[in-house]
Design a binder for this molecule. Structure first.
Ligand code: C2E
Ligand code: MG
Ligand code: MG
Length: 337
């Protein structure tokens, strides 16, 4: 159990280094002691935010910047911290109006069959349109939305935009391709999630077989039982489940047999330039992953194909599908056709 208490300490210091030394001594002394409470003994640790000649709020900002880190225990306030908080507050104050004003746009990146099957689907990627028409990219806001829970709304909104697009294709007499939608992990802990999805799909008369739900492999480390239960419920409705960014982070081969997924997306990190000797090792690893997946009846998608060599590698590995700038960048639904 962790209990946190915050102290404010005012000292007469004028420069950074001596104050850092003084604090380091205090932190060391506190670490060396422990708190006895009845038969229990608690370890103590301290981390500190420092603002020289500034208000207490700025010291707090500095302290918050190292709250979840384990390698730093003293942080000095600087203007970047202030800017980061200002940016965060600004995004948070804009996100609900932006959703209402439909500023989050559906972009699509084509997905191709690696045996010359041509276009087999598309991935939905969100872009936030600014008033001047320019776009903000997911890495500027998705991590924050995952932290503050707004992804619960945005991800379902993107499912709705994908359904709207599929309906538009059907209305225009075109054969729709399946769309994969990124779904953040918090959705999977909501038991109403499958019903909520169906309500959206029914509104647009879209079959679940046209929607693939992409989840990040990190989801699997949390609550495997609940996740399997949800995957089962989503399969029963006809959705396909894809594991995104496999190989980036804490990939576990256990996950491949424990989770009943339909598709595995190999992280684009696998295609980054490597040295001659690493190339051979990379091939062996990728070959095995693709082979495991094939034997388990899981389709494989290579992300981030940027060159002809990348494509040749992916074809040699017998990956089923590929996506990347070599074919097309993500584009607006209108450009996609
Ligand atoms: P992702 O789902 O793995 O999507 C692939 C990312 O790689 C996209 O970045 C895409 O533009 C980029 N990409 C595609 N081909 C290439 C290539 O050949 N080279 C390189 N260098 N990059 C390529 P994007 O659109 O910036 O999205 C980043 C991430 O943000 C996505 O990664 C996904 O995890 C997340 N994301 C995007 N849209 C949504 C959304 O609606 N909801 C949620 N929860 N996350 C989203
Ligand atoms: Mg994805
Ligand atoms: Mg990915």
């Amino acid at each position: 159990m962790t209990q946190q208490t915050c102290f404010t300490c005012c000292c007469w210091i004028q420069t950074r280094n001596p104050s850092k030394k003084r604090l380091a001594v205090i932190i060391e002394q506190i670490r060396a002691s422990s708190l006895e409470y009845g038969e229990f003994s608690y370890d103590l640790s301290l981390y500190a935010g420092v603002a020289i000649g500034e208000e207490r709020e700025k010291a707090l900002l500095a302290m918050q910047s190292i709250e979840h880190t384990y390698h730093t225990d003293i942080a000095f306030y600087n203007h970047d911290m202030h800017n980061a908080v200002r940016k965060k507050n600004s995004i948070e104050s804009q996100m609900y109006p932006a959703l209402q004003n439909k500023e989050f746009k559906l972009f699509l990146q084509p997905k191709f069959g690696m045996k010359n099957e041509g276009l087999v689907g598309a991935e939905a990627l969100v872009r936030w349109q600014n008033p001047d028409g320019s776009y903000r990219y997911p890495n500027e806001f998705i991590p924050l939305f995952e932290e503050n829970g707004f992804c619960l709304k945005l991800d379902l909104y993107m499912v709705e935009r994908a359904c709207e697009q599929i309906k538009a294709w059907k209305d225009a007499g075109l054969t729709p391709v399946p769309i994969s939608v990124n779904q953040s992990k918090m959705l999977f802990s909501d038991l109403n999630y499958p019903d909520n999805l169906m309500q959206i799909l029914n509104r647009y008369h879209v079959s679940p077989s046209l929607i693939t739900l992409e989840i990040l492999e990190g989801v699997a480390t949390d609550n495997l039982e609940l996740l399997n239960h949800q995957i089962e419920a989503l399969h029963a409705l006809g959705f396909r489940i894809s594991m995104d960014d496999f190989g980036n982070g804490y990939s576990s081969l256990n996950m491949l047999y424990q989770l009943n997924i339909d598709e595995l997306k190999l992280d684009r990190g696998f295609l980054r330039q490597v040295s001659k000797e690493d190339e051979e090792r990379r091939y062996i690893i990728l070959e095995q992953i693709v082979s495991f997946a094939r034997k388990l009846g899981i389709a494989t998608v290579a992300e981030g194909i940027e060159t002809q060599e990348d494509e040749a590698l992916i074809q040699a590995l017998k990956c089923n599908f590929g996506q990347g700038y070599f074919y097309d960048k993500p584009m607006s639904a209108k450009e996609f056709g």
